[in-house]
Write a protein of this length. Structure first.
Length: 495
C-alpha cells in the first residue's frame, strides 16, 4: 500500500509525467536483468542529501568527483605504501561490446557500482564485478562519450549523447522519466555527468564551440521539468560557443555553484569587456535560480582552444595567517590559478610547465594544452594539488607528467614523468593512505607516494586510459577502480 501511495503521489506531483515518459524518445523503458545474480542482494534505501555531503568520507563514491568540491580525495587508508605489495587485481568487467576508450567514472553506493558506457548504464556488484542489470538507451550501438551518472533518492540520472536526461530506478534500472534538454539539430550534444543539488539535477552542454550558445540548466529530480537555465551568451549577439560540458563544483556551506565555461567560436572576435558573455570564465551561480553571483575571465586572445573547462577544485588554504576559501585551477594555457571563491578575484597565477610561450609558431604549451578535462586531485593530508600535465611545445615531442603543486605558492614540489604515448588522459586520485593513483600513456596504472612522487606500484592494463579512478569500501574492504579502454579494472589487497 505504501509503494502504491508513493506512485500516486509522484504522478500527482507531475502533470507531464506521462508525456515525459512516453514522449517519442525511442528510449528503451526497461533494463536487462542478470537472473543468475539473483542471489546478490542490492541494499535498499534512498541516497539522502546528507549522504551526498558525506561522500567520500562515508566510504562511498556518490559524485563524479567524489565530493562536491571536486577534490577527488578519499580518507580511506587500508591501502598504503607499507602494504602496497599486497595490492592485486580483484575483477575486470567489460562495458558493452568493448572496443571504445571510455571516460566514465563510477558511482558506488552500498556495495553497488553504477558505471556508464556509450549511451548505457551498468549496475555491478562492487565487490565481485558481477553485473546486475544493464540499461541501453537504444538497440543500436553508439560511440558517444559519457562521464557518468548522478545519484539521489532511489534514482540515477544519466544524460544520453543526444541531450536527453533520463531518470532510472537504481534497483531495477528501468526508466522513470526522460526529458530532452537541448536539440541535437542545433549542434548540441552531451558528454557530462550531472550533479544533484537539493531537488535539482544540474548539467551543462557541449556545442563544438560553434553554432549554438552554451548553457547550464537545472531540471527537477521529480519529473525532469526545467527549473532554470543560465546562458553563457545572450540571445541576439554575433558570438557563439562558450560550452559548459565539464562537471561543475558546489559549495554546500555557502550554497554556491561554480561552473567552468569554454571559448567562443573561432573568428568571432574578442568578447573582452562585455559583461554578459562568459567565455573562458568561471561563473559562480545561485543554484536555486541560476543567477550569476560573479564571473572571472581567465585570459583573452588564446591562440588555441585553451579554455576553462577543467575541474574546479574547492578547498581552504591559509595565507598570511588568514584562512581563505579558494578554487584551485590548472588551466590549459599552462597557468595555475588560485582564486578567491567568495569574490572571484584571482589571488595569483603561475606557470606549472617548463616553457610558457603564447605568441610564436612554436607555442608552449602545444595545441592540446598543458592539461585538459582529466581530473586533478587535492589532498588535505599532504596539502598538495596533483595535476596531469602535458609538457612541450608545438612542433616538438610532448610528454605526460603527474605534477604536485603547493597551492599557496604555485611551486611544483615533485614531477613524475609518465611512460608511453601522450595520447591518453587519465585522471588522478589521492587517499588518506598517502598514495596517488593514476594511469600512464603506456596503459599502466601506477601508484605514487603522495609526498615525494616515488613510484611504488604498477599494473599493465594493456588499454588506453582516459578515465578518472575512484576508491570505495565494499564488504569492509577498500577497492580502487578505473575504466581502462572499455573495461572496469578493480584492485584490492590480497586476502
Amino acid at each position: 500500500m505504501r509503494i502504491m501511495a508513493s506512485v500516486i503521489i509522484l504522478l500527482a506531483l507531475s502533470p507531464s509525467f506521462k508525456e515525459a515518459y512516453f514522449q517519442d524518445s525511442g528510449l528503451k523503458p526497461k533494463s536487462y536483468k542478470n537472473w543468475f545474480a539473483r542471489g546478490i542482494e542490492v541494499t535498499l534505501g534512498r541516497v539522502t542529501a546528507q549522504d551526498l555531503l558525506d561522500s567520500p568520507n562515508n566510504g562511498e563514491w556518490l559524485l563524479y568527483h567524489g565530493d562536491y568540491g571536486a577534490n577527488r580525495f578519499s580518507p580511506l587508508n587500508q591501502i598504503r605504501p607499507s602494504n602496497i605489495y599486497k595490492l592485486v587485481p580483484k575483477w575486470i568487467y567489460q562495458i558493452g561490446k568493448g572496443g571504445f576508450v571510455l571516460r566514465s567514472s563510477p558511482v558506488v553506493y552500498k556495495g553497488t557500482m553504477y558505471i556508464t558506457g556509450s549511451d548505457e548504464v551498468h549496475a555491478l556488484d562492487a565487490a565481485t564485478g558481477t553485473w546486475l542489470w544493464v540499461w541501453r538507451a537504444r538497440d543500436e550501438n553508439t560511440s558517444n562519450i559519457n562521464r557518468g551518472v548522478a545519484i539521489s533518492g532511489d534514482r540515477l540520472f544519466f544524460s544520453t549523447g543526444d541531450c536527453r536526461l533520463v531518470a532510472l530506478d537504481r534497483i531495477s534500472g528501468n526508466v522513470i522519466w526522460s526529458r530532452q534538454f537541448a536539440k541535437p539539430s542545433d549542434s548540441y550534444f552531451s558528454t557530462t555527468a550531472p550533479v544533484v543539488v537539493g531537488d535539482k539535477v544540474i548539467l551543462g552542454v557541449s556545442n563544438k564551440n560553434s553554432g549554438s550558445r552554451g548553457f547550464v540548466t537545472a531540471l527537477s529530480v521529480v519529473n525532469g521539468n526545467e527549473l532554470w537555465r543560465f546562458w553563457t551568451i545572450p540571445e541576439g549577439v554575433k558570438f557563439r560557443g562558450a560550452p559548459t560540458w565539464m562537471v561543475g563544483s558546489y559549495d554546500p556551506f555557502s550554497d554556491v555553484l561554480y561552473w567552468p565555461v569554454g571559448v567562443l567560436e573561432e573568428g568571432l572576435g574578442n568578447s573582452s569587456g562585455l559583461n554578459n558573455i562568459y567565455d573562458n570564465s568561471i561563473v559562480a551561480l545561485n543554484p536555486n535560480n541560476g543567477k550569476v553571483i560573479w564571473k572571472t575571465k581567465l585570459a583573452d586572445s588564446m591562440p588555441f582552444d585553451w579554455d576553462a573547462n577543467e575541474p574546479l577544485v574547492l578547498t581552504d588554504v591559509v595565507m598570511d595567517g588568514i584562512n581563505k576559501k579558494v578554487i584551485l585551477l590548472a588551466h590549459r594555457n599552462g597557468l595555475f590559478y588560485l582564486i578567491d571563491r567568495v569574490s572571484g578575484k584571482i589571488i595569483f597565477s603561475k606557470s606549472f610547465i617548463k616553457k610558457l610561450n603564447w605568441s610564436s609558431k612554436d607555442t608552449c604549451p602545444a595545441r592540446w594544452g598543458a592539461t585538459n578535462w582529466m581530473s586533478p586531485s587535492f589532498s588535505p593530508a599532504t596539502n598538495l594539488f596533483y595535476v596531469m600535465v602535458l609538457e612541450g611545445c608545438t612542433n616538438e615531442p610532448n610528454t605526460l607528467h603527474i605534477k604536485a603543486i603547493e597551492p599557496t605558492s604555485g611551486d611544483v614540489v615533485w614531477d613524475y614523468p609518465l611512460r608511453g604515448s601522450n595520447l591518453a588522459a587519465p585522471g588522478i586520485l589521492s587517499t588518506g593512505g598517502g598514495i596517488v593513483f593514476s594511469g600512464e600513456g603506456s596503459g599502466h596504472m601506477v601508484i605514487l607516494n603522495a609526498k615525494n612522487g616515488e613510484k611504488i606500484w604498477d599494473f599493465n592494463t594493456g588499454k588506453t586510459i582516459f578515465a578518472s579512478p575512484v576508491t570505495y569500501l565494499s564488504q569492509e574492504q577498500q577497492f580502487l577502480s578505473v575504466v581502462a579502454g572499455s573495461d572496469v579494472v578493480t584492485f584490492g589487497l590480497y586476502r
